[in-house]
Ligand binder design. Sequence first.
Ligand SMILES: Nc1ncnc2c1ncn2[C@@H]1O[C@H](COP(=O)(O)OP(=O)(O)OP(=O)(O)O)[C@@H](O)[C@H]1O
Ligand SMILES: [Mg+2]
Length: 277
Amino acid sequence: MNNALKGLRQITRRDRVFNFMVNADELVPDTSKGEILYVEDLSVSFDGFKAINDLNLYIREGELRCIIGPNGAGKTTLMDIITGKTKPDTGTVYFGQDIDLLQFSEPEIAQIGIGRKFQKPTVFEHHNVFENLELAMAANKRVWHTLTATLTGEQKDRIDDILHQAGLFELKFEQAALLSHGQKQWLEIAMLVMQEPRLLLVDEPVAGMTHQEMDKTAELLHHLAGDHSVVVVEHDMDFVRSIASDVTVLHQGSVLAEGTMEQVQANPEVVEVYLGE
Ligand SMILES: Nc1ncnc2c1ncn2[C@@H]1O[C@H](COP(=O)(O)OP(=O)(O)OP(=O)(O)O)[C@@H](O)[C@H]1O
Ligand SMILES: [Mg+2]
């Protein structure tokens, strides 16, 4: 390529997207290098205590990643920063190569395509399972047009599809209040999926679940990976083992180890600070 053309490419290349340029729900992250999330040199202190300390983390598009680590390691704080709830002192968080998430507010980040599930399920108790998903879909401006506030056949099919994946199809017309704890967790994950996030952050999904429910949750998260990137924070090692995905170990606000469960389990430092407890 001749030099003049190269120069032009550099000038016209859209390296960054600024939040005054476009609506958050129209942004599409550039994942051409394979990564959906880039967290670099991240730090945040609370009253002088470094909850996140020079942390670097990369999530590949479509992967299912588990984040483990002792209490207070910074796992939830990391999710707070990615979702815009907490602003870091230093460092960068990019969604794809181009979207600087630190410029956006919490609701904008949700619109850009990052869905977060908190530990406690929050579903609409007085509505049935199907209506819960319908309401979640209505919250998605990309697919819902208020002028024609009825579901298309295609949208109904999507709801049925996610109901099957979440193991809730037979409970479609059951009132949400009557679901078990595990079923409510799956319903909430399904509601998040209705909003079409590219990245799903799930904090401690299996706390309080039976073993059978844990297996179903692992299956559901595996189903969602691929079409979505999924990051799961979890303490239950049996569950993390059963997911059998790549694992990142956080300790004192930074990454202590990364690899398969077998690799991190064999790491003496990880055993000392966490698994040996
Ligand atoms: N908003 C805040 N203000 C003050 N301190 C905070 C705040 N958020 C987190 N911390 C502190 O930062 C540290 C990291 O907490 P964080 O909740 O991220 O840990 P965690 O890895 O999620 O732990 P757990 O496994 O117990 O959920 C803790 O010492 C916590 O008390
Ligand atoms: Mg936490």
